[in-house]
Design a protein around this ligand. Sequence first.
Ligand code: 5GP
Length: 191
Amino acid sequence: MEILKERILKEGKVRNGDVLKVGTFLNHQIDIKLLEEIGKEFKKRFSDCDITKILTIESSGIAIACMAAQSFGVPVVFAKKNTTKNLDGGVYSSQIYSFTHGKTYNVVVSKEILLADDKVLIIDDFLANGKAVQGLANIVEKSGASLVGAGIVIEKSFEPGGKEVRGKGIRVESLAKISAMSPDGKIEFED
Ligand code: 5GP
């Protein structure tokens, strides 16, 4: 997706060698117009699929998932971190190691919200080691719903997540694939 790649090149900042900061349009300040285009692109890529719910993880995936959901005309469900007390009817849970925070979260979705006849598309901002996508896929599996695939805004394809997730038979569509990043700020795309 060219307009996304241009924004990454213009505003992305490489930190600690493997973390890309995109706080000016995706993770802190949010460019709604760009997100609208991202939502439409996900809809185009998964147009062959019958999707009933979009699943993401709080917090950075929520805005992206909401814009995508508008294109699909379906609700967004976000997995909550560390919340077990105020969800009625029990939860599906999974342990997810956070790439950016360096700790493991217990992530939950209410059993009342994810249903066995749902067809679920996972949406997230980044794909790095694949823990977030695999944790969410695990929740979908526990619910008995079908997983259609995962839509990712930025995949860092020099990290192992993409290969691992696809190796498990999960369809992954990434709008920008970064093949290399260097500490001096150089960013290269796969295609
Ligand atoms: P994974 O679980 O695939 O290792 O990492 C994905 C999650 O970590 C995403 O939900 C995202 O929030 C965060 N993440 C991974 N890499 C980056 C990065 O380079 N920049 C930012 N801003 N977040 C990242």
